[in-house]
Design a protein around this ligand. Sequence first.
Ligand code: SF4
Ligand code: SF4
Length: 191
Amino acid sequence: MEPLFQELAKLYSQMEEAYGKVATLLDFTCDGCPDNCCDSYFTHHTYLEWAYLWEGFRQLPEEKRILCLQRAAEYVKQSEEDLSKEQRPVIMCPLNDDGRCSLYAHRLLICRMHGVPTSFTLPNGEKKSFPGCFRCQDLTAGSEKLPTMDRTKFFREMVGLEHEFLGHKRHILPKVKMTIAEMLVKGEPEL
Ligand code: SF4
Ligand code: SF4
């Protein structure tokens, strides 16, 4: 495995731990949720995560890969139509099978943060806060001081890994802003 993939996996597991601590303090789980946030429209921003997603995707059985690629192509078509009408797409992620992620160990950073309240501090010192998903907001309504997962360290480390992964090419490659479906349809990133 590419050594940077191992570093990324380590970072993901630290994030999971931080998420788990906040979830435990809030007594929050996704069990019994009537929603599934895998139909939320998110774009992702690193070549390293894109490549790691493909590292996992290549290990799926061929039948599954074909199915996911078909769904991904439909996702891309539908999301482009929605966006052209200025509607935010609500389409299930092509990797989701009956509510479960087919690439759980390879899922991306954003997939690992949605749920509990989070915050991060921008390089200029400005602090941004996010209240968590609708269910977490219901759970915490009226609470004044909430346990919060600070994303700052994780974002910084992700940027560092991305720079290492791209080397000098980071100055010439176009910026990534892609859904998981687009990452699948486009194939592995070419550096
Ligand atoms: S990669 Fe997995 S966790 Fe992330 S949106 Fe898709 S199915 Fe959900
Ligand atoms: S993160 Fe929130 S909205 Fe998403 S599945 Fe879990 S409880 Fe439901």
